[in-house]
Design a protein around this ligand. Structure first.
Ligand SMILES: [Zn+2]
Length: 210
């Protein structure tokens, strides 16, 4: 009796997660990988979902899932949103604290799928017009777990979380610190510093004269 209860709860969770993935416009093979449902059951679920919500428009994406990590680094906005989403994933436990390539194969599972959905919904709650699709969110946590191209690092000055190129030699700055740094670089130098070369030249002349 207990076993069948557990099995019922697990099957129920599987369908709930699949429905959330459908709402987030995930591809069929992504839903299959994360829930273990067959393509046929996913198709039936998709059809019943459309009937239940009276034909609300839902994009069905086909073909390969995203595979280019450059997507997350191409603009300041993309970098910022990817860092926000990754932070939420880490906060909710969908993303381990450090890269763990050994987890890559076991990453798609029901428990993590539930946490990933929560993190993604929090991200879209904060940025309703966010750039990152759910498929890209799946790709982002897979990339960060692998840790061979991008990692979650900290700003050089304030330690704010940033998506960082795994092979960059120096930690980057977050947009706020970068703006502060640029302002500091543009500010006029103090008068003592400006006159330093002249003072040195004068000292040299004096030494020669002495
Ligand atoms: Zn910073």
């Amino acid at each position: 009796m207990r076993i069948s209860d557990d099995r019922y709860s697990r099957d129920r969770l599987r369908f709930d997660i699949a429905l959330q993935f459908i709402r987030h416009e995930a591809r069929t093979h992504t839903i299959r990988a994360w829930t273990g449902l067959s393509d046929d059951r996913i198709r039936k679920l998709y059809r019943s979902y459309l009937c239940d919500c009276r034909g609300a428009p839902l994009a069905r994406h086909r073909g390969k899932s995203p595979q280019q990590v450059a997507y997350f680094m191409r603009t300041a906005r993309a970098r910022q949103e990817a860092a926000l989403l990754a932070s939420l994933c880490r906060l909710l436990g969908a993303l381990p604290l450090a890269p763990a390539p050994e987890l890559e194969r076991s990453l798609p599972c029901l428990a993590r799928a539930e946490l990933l959905c929560q993190a993604y919904e929090a991200y879209r709650g904060l940025i309703p017009e966010g750039l990152i699709s759910f498929e890209h969110a799946v790709f982002l946590i897979t990339t960060l777990v692998r840790g061979d191209e991008l990692i979650l690092g900290g700003c050089r000055d304030c330690s704010a979380m940033l998506i960082v190129d795994r092979w960059s030699l120096r930690a980057p700055r977050c947009p706020l610190c970068a703006a502060d740094h640029a302002q500091g670089a543009e500010a006029p130098l103090p008068s003592a510093a400006c006159s330093a070369p002249a003072a040195m030249a004068g000292a040299g002349t004096a030494a020669v004269a002495a």
